[in-house]
Design a binder for this molecule. Structure first.
Ligand code: SF4
Ligand code: SF4
Length: 148
């Protein structure tokens, strides 16, 4: 299996402005997709967790992920989003879409903290390759693994 496409941006983007920042956490939707290579990376990562880390992950997965935005509008957050600390439990292996949040022109940093975005031509080229992969939310991958 080839490498996850998110590796293409790990050395090109500066993620340091995002360290510890929670200002765009509402983008962590349950619908964020994972390509097969990305889901494989998540699975491998989970296999390396210690007992305590795995317990923490399971606790987060079982949290109520509903966020009430008011006026009857709610959103469901990603299963890996810790509702208490507002952080990602799989940050080191988060998929491409999570890495691009705030780092491409069409998903800008909402607080203008990210100074250098991926050049648009390069980002579009990457998205073309990504669009060629089957992608689905974590919930679908888990359903598949349970019915296998
Ligand atoms: S993109 Fe902007 S708001 Fe989002 S985590 Fe990074 S610095 Fe914070
Ligand atoms: S994988 Fe992490 S960064 Fe991506 S949507 Fe889920 S919680 Fe957010």
């Amino acid at each position: 299996m080839s490498e996850p496409l998110y590796l293409a941006v790990t050395t090109k983007l500066n993620f340091s402005p995002c360290n510890g920042c929670r200002k765009c956490s509402l983008r962590c939707s349950s619908e964020v997709p994972f390509a097969p290579t990305e889901w494989a990376a998540v699975s491998r990562h989970i296999e390396t967790l210690s007992g305590d880390e795995l317990e923490a992950l399971r606790r987060v997965e079982h949290q109520d992920k509903t966020v009430d935005l008011g006026d009857g509008v709610t959103v469901a957050m990603c299963r890996y989003f810790d509702m208490e600390t507002e952080s990602c439990m799989i940050y080191s292996v988060r998929p491409l879409m999570c890495r691009l949040m705030g780092h491409v022109e069409w998903m800008p940093c909402p607080i203008d903290k990210v100074e250098r975005v991926l050049p648009t031509a390069e980002a579009l080229h990457l998205m073309e390759a990504y669009a060629g992969e089957m992608r689905q939310p974590a919930s679908e991958w888990i359903l598949e693994s349970q019915s296998a």
